[in-house]
Design a protein around this ligand. Sequence first.
Ligand code: GLN
Length: 494
Amino acid sequence: MSDLIKLSLKATRDGLKNKDFSAVEITDSYLSEIEKSNSKLNAYISVEAEQARVMAKASDVKLAKGQGGALEGVPLGIKDLFSTKGTHTQAGSHILDGFKPEYESSITTNLWNDGAVMLGKLNMDEFAMGSSNETSYYGAVVNPWRAKGSNKDLVPGGSSGGSAAAVSAWLCAGATATDTGGSIRQPAAFTGTVGIKPTYGRCSRWGVVAFASSLDQAGPITRTVEDSALMLNSMAGFDKKDSTSVDISVPDFATAVERGVKGLTIGIPKEYRMEGMPQEIETLWQQGMAWLKDEGAIIKDISLPNTKYALPAYYIVAPAEASSNLARYDGVKYGLRVAGGSIDEMYENTRAKGFGAEVQRRVLIGTYVLSAGYYDAYYVKAQKVRTLIKRDFEQVFADGIDAILTPATPSAAFGVNDQEMKEDPVKMYLNDIFTVTVNMAGLPAIAVPAGKDGSGLPLALQIIGKPFDEETLFAAGRVIERSANIDFTPKKWW
Ligand code: GLN
């Protein structure tokens, strides 16, 4: 294995600028590692080797002249949810078979404008619905991490499981991901990587296949907090093509990374101390508080009383929006078409064959909660709860809280094909217990690896911030990363 692929995104960028190695060289190193490893991990569903080399060559021309953007020549993986012109974009679904968009998403456009190189498209739960990457039409992704002394395959989390696994296993220098209810932060937590979901409106949703438009937000998964800041800087920005994109300047996130937490007031919400929460999660949380306190933060108990309603409300709002967004996949405009005797039958056949079981479940739930007679009881009620959740946060921020510390997930990575989760979808949904509140309130939050469980698997803490204050998240995240001082490199078995 070439050591180049083990460099952080920052070191990659700097090494390229210093001409220590070329963009073609590092791109080839990643491509050869992908070739060796992908059959075991299944992180990529499409590798764009030829295009990657063309992009890398163009970067080398610029770098040779001392030119180039902030990520010039840096090889990235792109979640299959982002439209990339002329290349595989299927949201991990069968229904988008063969779909290659004519356009490029705004986020990937930003990345290419800054000189990044695309290695390929990353596996994900179908239409980003899931917490284990097992709902993908392309099969499960395997977590590069294994429990000590075990050779059992674990899930990398979801829906951005391919992104998290690829970053953790050195199959790209950083990856794009999306988060509707936790899909950046939970897979980051399961793989010992860093994932930030920015404030709703910070990154453009244009050209990102829609799941639940009022909750969807893109962000990076990287190996370090500093890398996260650098990559978000390139992804973020106002876009007039997305009416929910916010016209606010993007600060230089990297300068906030070493700012520290001195004088910040960090809230600890008592409602996140869930019944039955494993002791090691509680211990990790306490440890996080101690680290922040040691660096000069003030730790304060707070209350977010509507937290317990977040998960049920999310599983009404998100499917409702999904059922509407996914109505467009009818066998006429995109991808798969399964013939039928009439046009209605063609629609039915296409949707029955094209959507997997979890997506069908979401469409059914969504249609149900939006239907006449149930709309007020479910959808309107959930929207009201959403407002209350948002107000809880507004209240604590108004009371002087600068950021909130919580666990990122209720457990470490679980096994592929876990029977309990399979039999009861609500068990799978419980993975999102600490993350969905943030999407419901439109806030930014970062997951940072902070410890390991009894079997050596990564565990993460989450820091939730005020709207458009990602800088504080990078600063506090860096303190956790530095204080934990743990090597989150998985032991290579693949
Ligand atoms: N696990 C959650 C769900 O299945 C969140 C998914 C996401 O954030 N895209 O809806």
